[in-house]
Design a binder for this molecule. Structure first.
Ligand code: ATP
Ligand code: MG
Length: 170
């Protein structure tokens, strides 16, 4: 199956998508988040962690400087932001591939260049801010595109598709 495109006109729509993704994830899954600065990658990760049962009291912030934050949720989440990764050799020291082997869900902002190094078979979620039409006011919200790079991710993507695209009425 091909990519899945979803309009996210409101933050609430992003939260709903995060819930559908959370329900489809299993131990060791890799979720790569793309999109420009401010596209909503950390916002999405926060909603995903909440959907996986993280207490509302626990903050989910950008791991920009520490590179990886761990969250003890229904499935443990390792949340990384590789924007500042200077040397691809540093990636191994972060132990993200090992965390997958240990059953954590690994969520990586700016992770696309490292998809293979992180073990592949990823759900790739790209967030975008729609460009306004000429002369029109800025378009609110975001859009998302999801694709899978391997068989486990493809099965998860189908579950997400079923959760957010209602089947046609019989
Ligand atoms: N539909 C939407 N979905 C997600 N975020 C939205 C949406 N509409 C507006 N926003 C806002 O966009 C901002 C996204 O910021 P966020 O830190 O999540 O971006 P980011 O992609 O992680 O950026 P960076 O590349 O700097 O890590 C938040 O302030 C959020 O409230
Ligand atoms: Mg971020």
């Amino acid at each position: 199956m091909g990519a899945l495109a979803i309009a996210l006109p409101t933050r609430r729509a992003t939260v709903r998508l995060a819930r559908a993704v959370a329900a489809a994830l299993g131990p060791g899954d890799l979720l790569i988040l793309g999109g420009d600065l401010g596209a909503g990658k950390t916002f999405f990760t926060r909603a995903l962690c909440r959907a996986l049962g993280l207490s509302p009291r626990t903050r989910v912030t950008s791991p920009t400087f520490t590179l990886v934050h761990e969250h003890e949720t229904r499935l443990p989440v390792a949340h990384a932001d590789l924007y500042r990764l200077r040397d691809p050799d540093e990636l191994g020291e972060l132990g993200l591939r090992e965390r997958r082997g240990e059953g954590a869900v690994v969520v990586v902002e700016w992770g696309a260049p490292y998809e293979a190094a992180l073990g592949g078979d990823a759900i790739v979620l790209d967030l975008a801010t729609p460009a306004p039409a000429p002369g029109a006011p800025p378009t609110p919200g975001r859009s998302a595109t999801l694709r899978a790079t391997g068989p486990t991710a493809a099965a998860a993507l189908e579950a997400i598709r079923r959760a957010i695209v209602p089947p046609p009425a019989a």
